[in-house]
Design a protein around this ligand. Structure first.
Ligand SMILES: *Cc1c(COP(=O)(O)O)cnc(C)c1O
Length: 394
């Protein structure tokens, strides 16, 4: 499936991805005719007053390299405004701070990234007295039942980490509308290439750019994209004035560089993921495979409807003991055991073995099976990826 969808009447996705660095806010070919936007390290800019005022005066508030990336990300998501953050967690925590007052209410899907869970349960609830409800949002009725007129923010991550659950963005956006709540979607696992939550009714889209957007496992970053002017102003104030958690010019350059190949990479991630998922599904020591592109995924129809493709993340349950699973992971040679995902190299993570303190703590969120393996399928040869599991599995 090739994504040709454009959000408006401008160029199609891949053309925007490659060419979007030449933006209105930063006509970088002016002056020295660079084809690639330069890295502006200056923290401060000569102040011109009145009608000649610069676009930029101090790099915490705005920076030319960051402005290029922010405009590029906004265009890819089909939103009006983008903000680039120092990490995905900086983007998510700023969302909570900008949109939810102390004593406010958040309703969240019960399968979310472990950092988001900790932010919600420990910082938001513990520090800001925010009431957080985790619900099984696979049924939008459960969201509707938990939301009331005091709810400030509904939050889902789709597809979710690490259970690869999906949430119906359009249906949950309707619930948010009915209750005048804002609706935020962590779309990291899909990337802007495979999912456009703003078009489905979300108010806020968040990505950890550390993952697919940068794509090369060499930059930690995050982004928020919004349409509404007033919501954007709340984010801009929180980030640029209060928190100062923006992405550095060098990292902005790296992410903008990564984005140019996002369409090509995502097509290949998906193709390889499908090959690995089908192989694992056929293996007798694999209990279940969670990949939205498989007909056996309980939400395959929703995936086909609200996504443009199935992306490169899957999980599976190994049929055996944790000790046997440890040997499987040790036997892998192409897949590297490690945190993170969305880079060109294939990674595996076993939450129960690799983050045992998180795994064993009394979690507020959906239970993760003990032999669950999360797989970020990279861009190596698909046959080598299949062979690696073929050899390592008993
Ligand atoms: C990695 C990740 C985050 C956190 O992003 P960082 O860049 O590590 O701070 C948030 N949400 C999802 C879905 C992630 O995979």
């Amino acid at each position: 499936m090739t994504r040709h969808d454009d959000h408006s009447n401008e160029n199609r996705f891949a053309t925007i991805a490659v060419g979007a660095t030449e933006t209105e806010t930063h006509p970088h070919r002016g002056g020295t005719n660079d084809v690639v936007p330069p890295i502006h390290l200056s923290t401060t800019f000569e102040w011109a007053s009145g009608a000649n005022a610069n676009d930029h005066d101090y790099s915490r508030e705005s920076n030319p390299t960051r402005a290029v990336l922010e405009e590029q990300l906004a265009r890819l998501e089909g939103g009006e405004h983008g903000l680039a953050f120092a990490s995905g967690m900086a983007a998510i925590s700023t969302t909570m701070l900008a949109l939810v007052p102390p004593g406010g209410r958040i309703v969240s899907s019960d399968s979310v990234y472990s950092g988001t869970e900790k932010l919600l349960t420990e910082l938001a609830a513990g520090h800001f007295d925010i009431d957080v409800d985790f619900v099984d949002a696979r049924d939008p009725e459960n969201v509707a039942a938990a939301v009331d007129s005091d709810t400030d923010l509904i939050w889902v991550e789709t597809p979710s980490n690490p259970l690869i659950r999906l949430y119906d963005v359009r249906a949950i956006a309707d619930v948010a509308d009915d209750h005048d709540a804002l609706f935020g979607v962590d779309s990291t696992f899909a990337s802007p290439y495979f999912q456009a939550p703003l078009d489905l009714g979300a108010d806020v889209v968040v990505h950890s750019t550390t993952k697919y957007l940068n794509g090369h496992s060499d930059s930690i970053g995050g982004t928020v994209i919004v349409d509404d002017e007033e919501v954007f102003e709340r984010f801009a104030f929180a980030q640029r004035v209060g928190l100062g958690n923006m992405l550095s010019p060098f990292d902005c350059y790296l992410v903008a560089r990564g984005v140019k190949t996002l369409p090509a990479r995502m097509e290949h991630h998906e193709e390889n993921a499908m090959a690995v998922a089908r192989f694992l599904e056929s293996h007798e020591r694999v209990d279940r495979v969670y990949y939205p592109g498989l007909e056996s995924h309980p939400q395959h129809d929703l995936a086909s409807e609200q996504m443009f493709g199935y992306s490169g993340m899957l999980s599976f349950e190994f049929d055996g003991t944790p000790t046997e699973l440890e040997a499987v992971i040790e036997g892998l040679e192409v897949f590297t055991p490690g945190a993170s995902l969305g880079g060109v190299e294939s990674l595996v993570e076993v939450p129960s073995l690799m983050i045992p303190d998180e795994f064993s703590r009394g979690k507020a969120t959906a239970e993760i099976p003990e032999t669950l393996v999360r797989v970020s399928v990279g861009l190596e040869d698909a046959e080598d990826l299949r062979d690696d599991f073929r050899t390592a599995l008993p």
